[in-house]
Every structure is written in structure tokens, then in C-alpha cells.
Design a protein around this ligand. Sequence first.
Ligand code: HEM
Length: 404
Amino acid sequence: MPRCPFSGAAARASEWSPDRDETFGSAHGDYARLREQNPFPWSEDYGGFWAATTYEDILAVTQDDELFSTATQNVVPHVPRSSRRPPLHFDPPEHTEYRQAIDPVFRRSVVMAHRQAFTDSARDLVQGLADHPGPDAVRDFAAPFVMDAFAAVLGVPREMTREIREVGVRYGFAIQDMDDAVIAECSARLYEIAETVYRERAQQGADPGRDLVAGLHRAARDPSNGITDTTAIATVRQLIVAGMGAPQAVLGSSIVHLAQDLDLQQHLRAHPEDLPSAIEEFLRLHSPYRVFARTAKRDTVVHGRTVLQDEPIALLFPSANRDAARFERPDEFVLQRKQNSHLAFGRGSHRCPAATMGRLELLIALEELLRHTSGFELAGEVRMMNWLEYGPRSVPLTVHGVQH
Ligand code: HEM
């Protein structure tokens, strides 16, 4: 592969451009074509990147820490970093220390303790939908709900929950609008919140095995690892952001799905016991992340193509999860699908630590929405987020029979 003598970059033509004007579901047609015709294309967009579209390639890349790294660039497009935020920007073995500190507080028994707080938030928000003149399932339900859920896990007082919700929702929409001033303002405030919670929790003697912040605080006191107060606070900050985008996007997509399939909506209202398997299908069909990336630590070959050192590979999880080589009837919703080993939460060392929490958020939010309404349908055009996450930005709804 010839390289540019000045930049060292490879001279190759662009083979694919992500569609910047998506409608709900439209990207999947594009991904299906790629998997069929050119499953590992090079794109000159966003500074240049490879796109891994098949289940097999994404599985292989996410599971190979020896060859692939998140330390140089872990998203497409490349975002210049003022500092590296664990755990996402670190490779094992450094990365492993952070996962050892945070994984225990995301285990099932701890997450389930927040069930009531999630339910209270979802119920309040569903009832609020009746008071809005033109309710929007993202603005008035999914976005505030995921911030409340994260605040519950963070264990902050009510006043701060309100602020986290407000700043988090503003931040999320500013990222979509690429409004740099608001992004910078909200980002700084989220850092301050993370720092305040961290410093205050240190005084309160919370159980480090059940409390996220106390667990990180204890790890920062352990001389056998590289975690410091500064990197522990950066981890809390990373979690706030990681904890809002994905669940909001999948929840928004699931609501659109249900608004478009009224039989399924009525079935799940009558049979909430089927919700957990429905949620696995929503996660598979509407996986939110396609910008997480790895760079090659040295020149290598993926899908028969030469990937040069430091070139980013975007992991198109939504594409992998509709790969016909892995799933039968990949574009169909199959309620009791057997062996639904989707990649919505990633694989390998960076797999989502909060998969149980994400699943619980979806379960409670959809359960409450179905239980306290007699029906809902789309009241206008669904607008999609930009490339960063795959999910709706706006879902105008008509909601019937909200029960107080
Ligand atoms: C439905 C909800 C969610 C989905 C689909 C999801 C998806 C993912 C995926 C695909 C990755 C892997 C990224 C990679 O390999 O580069 C990931 C990592 C991560 N997620 Fe989630 N996530 C969800 C919810 C959450 C929540 C609620 C939190 C925090 C409270 C969270 C925190 C993180 C963090 C910190 C990482 C990085 C882990 C590491 O680098 O070791 N996620 N998530």
C-alpha cells in the first residue's frame, strides 16, 4: 500500500460514506449492501476509517487486545482528548484495574436495588406525557429517564438528581447539534458534579462493594494499582456520559418500533412477562453504537484488507447484529428468538460493564409506559440522531388513556 510521503497516510480511494440524512431504519439497508458487496470498506469521511460490518470481524477485533487498542483513538471521528478517561481510553492491563473497581457495583444484586427508583422516575414521566400538549418520547421520557436512572445508581440527593437530569439532557442534545459552547459548558459542569460526588462520598463511609463512587475511591487508595483520585473522577465522568447515550437511543428506537407495530404493543401490554425477550430483540435490531473504534497496533490484515498501524476501525455493532451469517431472518423481530447472542453490549475487555443496568432501564421504562397507557402511536416524523448514536432524536407521540 503506497503511503503519502508527508503524512504517512495510505493513498486509497473512499469506498463508502455514512448517510448523514437518515430516517428510522434506513442505515440498515446501507449496512446490508455493504455486508453483501464490500464488508470491510475504507471511508475517507471523519478523518478516514475502516468500517467493520460483519459479526465475525467485529467479534475478532473486539477480542484481540494484543493487536487492537483504544488508547490512540476509540471513536470515529477522532476527538482530540485533553486527558484519557478510563476505562474506555485504556488498554489492558491498565484498563483491567478500572474494570475490577467498577464491575462489582454493576452486578445484578446491586443494580436490582435501584429498581424502585427507576420505577418511580418512569411512572412520573409517563404521567407527565399526558400533561404535554405534544409529547415527545425522547425529550419527555427517554432522555430524562436515563439521567434519573444514572443519578439513582450514583446515589445522589434529589436536588442533584434534578441538576444531573437537566445538564445531562442539555449536553446530549448539544452533542447532536454540535453546539460547542453548550457542550463545553455542560461537560465542565458534569466534571464538577463528578468531583463533588467523589469528594463528598469519601466522607460518608458508603460500602465500596455496592457504591460506584466508594468503590473507585477505595481503589484510588490501593497502592498496588495505577488509579488516582484524578483518574477515578475521570471514570465517574466517563460513566455519566456512557450511561446516557446508549439506553436513551435504544429506548427511543423501541418506542418507535412499538408505535409502528400495534399488535406487538398490545401483546406486550397484556403479557409483560414477554418483555425481557422482546428487549433482547430491540437491542439486536436497534443497537445504538457504531462509532466505537480500535486502532491497529501494527500493520495487519482484516477481511483480506491491509490495515496500517494506527488506522481506526469503526465497529458497526448494528450491522453485526443483522448479519445473516449469524442470525436467521435477521431483519425480523422474533419474540422468542433462540440463541440471540447479539453484540449490542460489545465483547472482549471493553464489553459494557453496565449491561444489567441497561437491560433493567429498558424493562422498567417499557413496562411502565405500557402499563400506564392504553396505547400510543406516532404523531409526526421521527427525526434521527447524527452519526454518533443510532437512534431517534425526536419521536412525536399521541398517547391514549394515561392512568394516574
Ligand atoms: C442499553 C444500554 C447500553 C448499551 C447498548 C451499551 C453498549 C455498550 C457497548 C457496545 C460498549 C463497548 C464499546 C467498545 O467495545 O468500544 C459499551 C461500553 C461501555 N459502557 Fe455501555 N451500553 C449501555 C448502557 C450503559 C450504561 C447505563 C452505562 C453506565 C452507567 C454504560 C457504561 C459503559 C462504559 C463505561 C463502557 C466502557 C467499558 C470499557 O471500556 O471497559 N453503558 N457499552
